[in-house]
Design a protein around this ligand. Structure first.
Ligand SMILES: [Zn+2]
Length: 248
């Protein structure tokens, strides 16, 4: 896949730990002598500090992953591996939709889509998670402090150069901590509903972006606890920009 498809705004390895080598001393200090030796053999290239942070997460049994709409979530290793597999398939599927690969090529590499969970449950393992990290399905966030965390993982790119972006609005925007910290997710509080209604009435209202509505005069979305809902087509958007609730 060509690199022209890559969005230049996506900086997958911006976290400094990707450029700092992990020494054997670091590894032994973090994992103990025996584990350090075993882990080192799993990496074909010299390990970085980022790899070490992933190994620590595997050791602890979970990693903190940023969910675009809902903020950070603590996922057990098997759940994270499962999620990474689904994401990878989603990327491949997006590629087929966009004509970058054929439908047949996509179907040939799917692990989860159209296959029973039982057939791939056994690969929801630390090994798979390691593979996700090496392919940058998950990357270290540069801004864990936005959520009062020391370490936060974000969804990066996967197979080839296809974007995994699912929001906010564009296909090619990667959901980063900087963006997510500026969003709020439904269910909204009463105060948020009130502020959002005020915004929709008196400010630049958020309008429906569905093809069916956007073609003519896109309706302003209604506000409810469950999200911003289109009065015409019923599509619900489950998040809003935080700033919409912060205007006096
Ligand atoms: Zn609509």
């Amino acid at each position: 896949m060509s690199s022209e498809n890559r969005n230049p705004n996506l900086r997958l390895e911006a976290h400094p730990s990707y450029s700092v080598p992990c020494t054997r001393t670091d590894l032994v200090a973090a994992l103990g002598k025996r584990r350090a030796k075993a882990v080192q053999q799993l990496y074909p290239a010299p390990m970085t500090r980022a790899d070490l942070i992933l190994e620590r997460a595997i050791d602890e049994g979970h990693l903190m992953l940023l969910d675009g709409a809902w903020g950070p979530k603590r996922l057990p290793v098997d759940v994270a591996a499962n999620f990474g597999l689904r994401l990878t398939d989603q990327v491949v599927s997006n590629g087929a939709t966009r004509g970058i690969i054929t439908q047949q090529e996509a179907e040939d590499v799917y692990v989860t889509i159209g296959r029973p969970y039982k057939s791939w449950a056994h690969i929801c393992t630390p090994d798979t998670l390691r593979g996700h990290h090496q392919r940058r399905v998950f990357v270290l966030s540069e801004h864990p402090e936005l959520f009062d965390l020391d370490t936060l993982w974000e969804i990066g790119y996967s197979e080839g150069d296809l974007s995994l972006g699912k929001g906010p609005d564009a296909f090619d925007i990667r959901t980063t901590a900087e963006i997510a910290a500026r969003q709020i997710a439904a269910p909204f509080t009463d105060e948020q509903v009130e502020a959002l209604r005020h915004w929709q009435q008196y400010d630049e209202p958020v309008r429906c972006k569905q093809d069916v509505c956007a073609a003519t005069d896109p309706p302003a979305l209604d506000v409810s606890k469950e999200g911003l809902i289109c009065p015409t087509c019923g599509t619900t958007r489950s998040w809003a920009w935080r700033v919409m609730t912060e205007v006096a």
